[in-house]
Design a protein around this ligand. Sequence first.
Ligand SMILES: [Zn+2]
Length: 184
Amino acid sequence: MSNMEEIIVDSAMSFAEAIEGTTAPEEIIDNLSFLDVFYYSFDGKRHQGQIVVNSDLEDDVWKIFELIEELKFPVGKVIPIAGYQWDDYKSMAANNSSGFNFRVIAGTTKLSMHSLGRAVDINPAQNPIIYPDGEIAPAGALYQPGTTGTIAADHPVVQAFLERGWHWGGNFEQPKDYHHFEKP
Ligand SMILES: [Zn+2]
């Protein structure tokens, strides 16, 4: 990548800022990695974001973002969810892609894979979660495979996750969580 190319910095937090306010226990925090990632956003420009993931998965996530950049697959923005007060709905509404978030699965008391940094969400506005009753989050989103920033089963980004042993939420029975990838 040419050094002359302008980079738009979407996130420039310290690690302390990226975990500020989390309720996660120390042993989880000790196993997190903090990565700078590079991608083209919907404006066609190269951006730099940051993501917090489990240290075991650092290499997978780095390589997948390398592919995302190479393909120029547009990613809206990648900002640690601390920037959205740990509120997944706010983050989704901003079409933010993210990893670690110590929280339960919406509507349950079960901890999400995001709690361990073992899940990554990509472009929730193009790849919403659709519940069995038809409710969609983020509100107003549409899932239209083939459109820009949207992933489907045959998409190289989905394949890159699957090849590394991740599961894709689009393959979940219910709800269909098209932006979600996890590696338990
Ligand atoms: Zn998710």
